[in-house]
Design a protein around this ligand. Structure first.
Ligand code: 8DG
Ligand code: MN
Ligand code: MN
Length: 399
């Protein structure tokens, strides 16, 4: 029995960062159900439950075949009673009653619609729902003043809720490349986030920028942003300063997961012709007024182009969320690892470091609490080695 358990555990170890999770998922029927419950928990300020569902889903994502019987789950880690009940329900009835119930609940639907606005988090959505605001028209009719991010989010709601394709990501990459090269030739740009893991679509495009000479990257972000703004590529941007270098006693022990790089949350105005040759047919045929019925909000806000133009899908550009991060070369490997994701993989890496190795991992550094020193690394492989983990390439970090 013990041997049997060990065998299972060697196939599916308990930390997601010990496992190879590709995009090939044989258990979507279960992982979709568990992910929805995770999302609902996260939107309801129940992060603990959220993580539990995420971990359970991640274990099923790592399996090499579909689960057809509960017995196959014996000995697998991270499957709590609640998650097992959901899986059992799906196995026996084809769907989970809890999931179906959640999906149909007014609260969940409202949380989804409202947090679908860029700049609106669970807390804000919760507050609005308590005031009876459940939909975008209700929000617009309310007297609420929206901040700049939320205004942009509402204005570009439809575009921002349409998945970004790899082709669009590549087109954005070319623009970012041009911007960075004009303000700091020799700088390096790396695609991070979901697209680096091989995903075909994403909710945004993420880039990490560095320069091989330490220090040359300082002050880069405002220049890149100015260039982009001057060319009319930005619909919205908010740049935050790097505060990591600002602490006087050198790099402080990484204490929080909060990021302290120079970073820019933005909304790009991507010209349709910028995708020429990559994604043309898709754009032209993509006139799906009916969608899934989920977030079909008629464009609520006036922007350039008449209603008829928009209905004909002739708007010559589309809004795309883009995240830019600048890191000094000395922290590049940590930034690369920290921003490639998935979110659960990152969380598990930090949990492994802390609980199993007495180390603190952040997107800036790795600190060994036993030796009281920082462990340097110039590649992701070295960081995995410091952590005593087998190297997992980005395409297998889709936990
Ligand atoms: P998607 O956009 O394709 O839907 O998914 P993703 O690319 O995996 O997710 P993401 O939300 O764009 O985040 C990309 C990675 O960046 C992910 O691993 C989480 C990480 N990340 C943030 N915010 C922060 C932050 O403030 N600090 C650090 N260190 N990492 C962050 O999203
Ligand atoms: Mn992303
Ligand atoms: Mn992002």
């Amino acid at each position: 029995q013990v041997d049997e358990l060990k065998e299972v555990e060697s196939i599916v170890p308990s930390y997601a960062c010990q496992r190879r999770t590709t995009l090939e998922n044989h258990n979507t029927v279960f992982t979709d159900a568990l992910s929805l419950l995770a999302e609902n928990a996260e939107l309801s300020d129940e992060d603990g439950r959220g993580v539990a569902f995420r971990r359970a889903a991640a274990v099923l994502k790592a399996l090499h075949s579909p689960v057809t019987d509960l017995l196959q789950l014996r000995g697998l880690p991270c499957l709590g009673g609640h998650s097992l009940r959901v899986i059992k329900d799906v196995l026996e009835n084809g769907a989970s009653s809890e999931v179906e119930c959640t999906k149909q609940s007014e609260r969940f639907k409202a949380l989804k619609v409202l947090t679908g606005i860029f700049g609106v988090g669970a807390k804000t959505a919760e507050r609005w729902i308590r005031e009876g605001i459940h939909s975008l028209p209700q929000l617009q009719d309310s007297a609420h003043t929206l901040n700049r991010a939320q205004q942009a989010g509402l204005e570009h709601y439809d575009d921002l809720n349409q998945p970004v394709t790899k082709a669009e990501g590549d087109a954005i990459g070319e623009i970012v490349e041009k911007a960075v090269m004009s303000v700091l030739p020799g700088a390096q740009i790396t695609l991070i986030g979901g697209f680096r893991r091989g995903k075909l679509t994403g909710h945004d495009v993420d880039f990490l920028i560095t320069h091989p000479e330490e220090g040359r990257e300082v002050g880069l972000m405002p220049k890149v942003v100015s260039w982009l703004e001057s060319k009319g590529f930005l619909l919205y941007q908010k740049t935050t300063r790097n505060s990591y270098l600002e602490s006087k006693d050198g790099p402080a022990r990484p204490s929080s997961n909060m990021d302290r790089f120079e970073r820019c949350f933005s909304i790009f105005k991507l010209p349709e012709d910028a995708k020429e040759g990559t994604k043309q047919t898709e754009t032209l045929t993509e006139e799906t007024p009916e969608d899934t019925g989920r977030l079909t909000t008629p464009s609520l806000v006036r922007d350039e182009g008449s209603e008829s133009t928009k209905r004909a899908n002739l708007k010559p550009w589309r809004a795309v969320r883009v995240d830019l991060v600048v890191s000094p070369i000395s922290q590049f490997a940590f930034a690369l690892l920290g921003w490639t994701g998935s979110k659960l993989f990152e969380r598990e890496l930090r949990r492994w470091a802390g609980h199993e190795k007495a180390m603190s991992l952040s997107s800036h550094a790795l600190y060994d609490n036993t030796q009281s020193k920082y462990l340097r690394a110039s590649s992701e492989e070295e960081i995995f080695a410091h952590l005593g983990l087998e190297y997992i390439p980005p395409s297998e970090r889709n936990a």
